[in-house]
Ligand binder design. Structure first.
Ligand code: SAM
Length: 227
């Protein structure tokens, strides 16, 4: 199980002292008022920090990122050869960093307007919002882990310019947390849109990882049958 030993704790505290001012106010409030080094948190920004500071340890742990990476690799065994863009990578691209360490792909970039731009070896960081105008031509796979409403933007973008995708969805949409019914309806709507690409040889697949974040599936679009 992932736990911090005394060296890790020191490393964590030093990281916080060096970078505290860069974090958004909500994250600062968490560190000021709730954070304990004895706990392992499942929040997105904490997973990003754990993966960034302790990649060797975090990548052998059973967590949201490693479950997603296993699923991604099962769908795309040629991941190493692909030019990957991770969308909505958060403050620190911890997931892209783990993928870089585990799979060693030739080319992995990430995009999020909230990026802190901390140095992350092997990962190109693009501090931008993903929109319908984003140039996706340099990539042959778009991935995302809990991208909130950016999932729908990715779906609409690949309808215009078909491209393989593998997205761990989540229930957040703007300031809302979608109810069971609204989330199901939303996901089905996106799947129906993606299925329009079948005429170009794309297949849509819905998978649940063992950790199944709030019953949100991984949606894959792949231009081959073996998804
Ligand atoms: C719940 S966080 C997930 C962060 C990270 N992927 C993870 O799982 O740890 C959602 C992220 O989506 C980003 N986001 C939302 N819409 C976006 C868009 N259109 N383009 C890029 N990032 C977006 C937000 O800035 C936020 O960092």
């Amino acid at each position: 199980m992932f736990k911090l030993n005394s060296n890790d704790r020191e490393k964590f505290i030093k990281f916080l002292m060096d970078n505290y001012d860069k974090f958004p106010q909500g994250v600062k409030d968490f560190f000021d008022n709730h954070f304990s080094l004895d706990e392992v948190y499942q929040f997105d920004f904490m997973a990003e920090i754990y993966a960034y500071l302790f990649p060797q340890k975090y990548m052998t742990d059973f967590n949201f990122y490693t479950c997603y990476i296993t699923c991604l690799f099962n769908k795309f065994p040629d991941l190493k050869e692909r030019k990957v863009l991770e969308i909505a990578s958060g403050l620190i691209p911890g997931l892209a960093y783990l993928i870089e360490k585990i799979i060693k792909p030739n080319n992995i970039s990430c995009m999020d307007p909230r990026l802190l731009n901390l140095p992350v070896r092997g990962v190109k960081q693009i501090k931008n919002k993903f929109t319908m105008e984003t140039d996706i031509s340099p990539y042959d796979l778009l991935i995302a882990h809990c991208p909130c409403e950016a999932f729908e933007v990715i779906v609409n973008r690949v309808l215009e310019e078909p491209k393989d995708i593998c997205i761990q969805t989540c229930r957040c949409y703007g300031d809302e947390y979608l109810s069971d019914f609204r989330f199901r309806r939303y996901i089905i709507k996106q799947i129906i849109k993606l299925e329009k690409l079948q005429k170009y040889g794309y297949y849509v697949d819905t998978t649940y990882t063992p950790l199944m974040i709030n019953e949100a599936p991984v949606i894959t679009l792949k231009r081959e049958k073996n998804v």
